[in-house]
Design a protein around this ligand. Sequence first.
Ligand code: PMP
Length: 289
Amino acid sequence: MEPKVYINGKLYPKNEAKVSVFDHGLLYGDGVFEGIRCYNGVVFKLEEHVGRLYESAEAIALEIMLTKDELRNAILDTLKANNLRDSYIRLIVTRGVGKLGLDPFNCGESQLIIITDSIQLYSKELYDKGLDTIIVRTIRNHPDALNPTVKSMNYLNNILAKIECIKAGAAEGIMLNKDGYVAECTGDNIFIVKDNEVFTPPASAGILIGITRNVVIELAEEAGITVKEEQMTPDDLFNADECFLTGTAAEIIPVANIDGRKIATGKPGKITLLLLGKYQELTTSHPST
Ligand code: PMP
């Protein structure tokens, strides 16, 4: 069966799912998106992802033509039409078709696209071994310019960082903020473990508030582990007992080394493995909607 893609209320076979070259999403990266996973027929943290999509849209004065309920149903209908129980869902809202020139108010209605596909960022081996990472030179967008809390279609900041890390042979790039503190990775949030406590940069570091990040914080606290949202420096990373990354696509993945320096033994640490186990339990037992 050919995959079907949802565009503005209709399902199109994958090869016929197209948008106009005059869509400001294409012309200017003007739009917002979400990446969501569906595990065994249950969309993981659907409420939270839909909530973040609307907040991102609000931040760029973009109107989504569906209510949250309608959007949730459109996602579920698209999964059903594709007969998918395990999937990676890409929700995209573009500014819509307009004239050349930046003015977003020239555009017609925003376009809603739902792609249901799969994603595997890293091999199974890397989940066992941990990632090689580097600290990139590209700094994370200044929050007063383009706030990283907005999950916009304009990912060039992250792509520049990704190019740096690929050229260096690393799997992920750790981005610092304008003040030299650790922010996040090109497509993941970052955590360290030090003396049995878990640390992650705060919102004020200029990061996307990851939904996986929030789940991991909850799981750690439920397990009686102290979690601190604190500014951290590259030295804090190098001196960590453990380091791992979180994201919808990557889930939880250990970091083996940063800039060629091993994190502790270079093997995934015990708190990382504990949280990974709990995350897997949660996504396979699916108490969330
Ligand atoms: N930071 C960035 C820059 C991201 O693009 C993402 C999502 N890929 C994340 C963090 C993780 O967010 P989430 O856990 O909500 O997928």
